[in-house]
Write a protein that binds this ligand. Structure first.
Ligand SMILES: [Zn+2]
Length: 413
């Protein structure tokens, strides 16, 4: 039986969202949290973008060190040979790529302005797949941008060509959030059944259906006989109204009525990490978690009205579909209400040693403490907010990697 896998795209679709972004250390922490959670792949960035190079290479190094294992790290580029070449030039160790190109008449006409036909689009895509394979890519996904507005027959031809050239997956992109659960089920089932290539489901929330569409799309892929790879982002952060939320999608697959009896997750997702990853992304993006956010919102385990409160006191199952500890909640949290010392770009050794000492980090000597402090200062320059304990611990544990993450060298010409 085919299975469902998660490809989280926070570090690609999430960070390309207007007005939002993440420092390279923050992106790295997200990769480590996704790995802890059991997510199959992180779309970890843009290999053709120069300021990503050091970050991407450092994360691949973490993978080689066994720190970012077993998660796969996949880069996103346009499906053009030039981008594939550049990706391997800038990030030589990259193993997994997704290649993206527009597939709807609207975009082929609207973007290329009559210079490219649908056949040209297929030609560009297969050349890019060939180039990725020639460079030794271990896996190649092909993204059909705006698939929900594309001609279904063209999509089948596009995906078949991708498969013939050795692509591993086809990404069905509901780029504008146009689908509903019924249309995406039919579209993905048709694609999977006719082409036999595993389908990625990439949904947006412009009509508030990203999670529902992701489930319906995954069902379509599996009913069509292939594995499904759902694209998610943490807290649903993504272009415009956002993407399918990671935690909500996992909850929907595991907890919704009857779904998991037939449609199962391939690599188990550890939902007890939900609270931590969601809180970190909220802090790093500077976007609060809505009070009614599934699983992680402030209100989702709070009961006030008489009938509900009485019933929950007797048995939480009366009004709770899942319990707080299943999503990693319930641990007491310390909120400092008195004097506090935090990390910062202008911090000094005394305050830094105090902060690290609270986490029981001991330095071998003054030189080592100064070295880690200097890296923490640079991390603060990039994030412009106090670092969290996990970030400080990461820097102390992997100073060599941290230095690479914090390196930004603009091109000289
Ligand atoms: Zn997207």
């Amino acid at each position: 039986m085919a299975k469902i896998y998660f490809i989280d795209v926070t570090n690609r679709d999430g960070v390309q969202t207007a007005r939002l972004g993440l420092a390279k250390l923050e992106k790295t922490m997200i990769n480590t949290y996704l790995n802890e959670m059991g997510v199959f792949q992180s779309e970890f960035g843009f290999p053709t973008t120069r300021h990503e190079s050091f970050y991407l290479r450092a994360n691949l190094e973490l993978a080689r060190m066994g720190v970012l294992q077993p998660i796969r790290l996949g880069g996103w580029v346009r499906a053009v040979v030039e981008d594939v070449e550049r990706a391997f030039q800038f990030v030589p160790g990259i193993k997994h790529l997704n290649l993206s190109i527009s597939t709807s008449d609207q975009m082929i006409q609207g973007k290329f302005q009559g210079t490219k036909s649908p056949e040209d689009v297929i030609g560009m895509m297969v050349e890019a797949v060939d180039a990725a394979r020639a460079h030794g890519a271990e896996s190649v996904g092909v993204n059909a941008e705006d698939a929900s507005r594309a001609d279904p027959g063209f999509l089948v031809a596009f995906a078949s060509a991708a498969r013939q050239h050795g692509a591993d997956r086809i990404r069905y992109c509901d780029t504008l959030g146009y689908d509903n659960p019924f249309t995406i089920y039919d579209a993905v089932r048709t694609l999977a059944g006719n082409v036999g290539l595993p389908v990625e489901i990439h949904c947006h929330g412009d009509l508030g259906m990203a999670v529902a569409n992701s489930l319906a799309g995954a069902k379509g892929a599996i009913d069509g006989g292939t594995d499904a790879y759902i694209n998610t982002t943490i807290n649903g952060i993504g272009e415009r109204a956002g993407n399918a939320d990671l935690v909500a999608t996992a909850l929907a697959i595991i907890k919704s009525k009857g779904f998991a009896e037939k449609y199962q997750i391939g690599d188990p997702i550890d939902l007890t990490k939900a609270w931590k990853i969601s809180r970190f992304a909220s802090y790093a993006f500077g976007v609060p978690i809505p009070a009614n956010q599934p699983g992680v919102g402030a209100n989702v385990f709070v009961h006030e009205s008489g009938i509900h409160a009485d019933a929950v006191l007797k048995d939480p199952g009366n009004y709770e579909l899942y319990s707080f500890d299943e999503v990693g909640r319930g641990e007491p949290e310390i909120v400092e209400s008195g004097s506090e010392v935090c990390s910062g770009e202008y911090g000094g050794i005394s305050g830094f040693k105090h902060v690290m000492g609270q986490m029981a980090v001991r330095f071998k000597g003054p030189a080592q403490a100064e070295k880690i402090l200097e890296l923490a200062r640079y991390a603060n320059v990039a994030s412009q907010r106090p670092l969290v304990a996990d970030e400080l611990l990461f820097i102390a544990k992997y100073p060599g990697i941290a230095k690479k993450l914090l390196t930004l060298i603009p091109p000289s010409k």
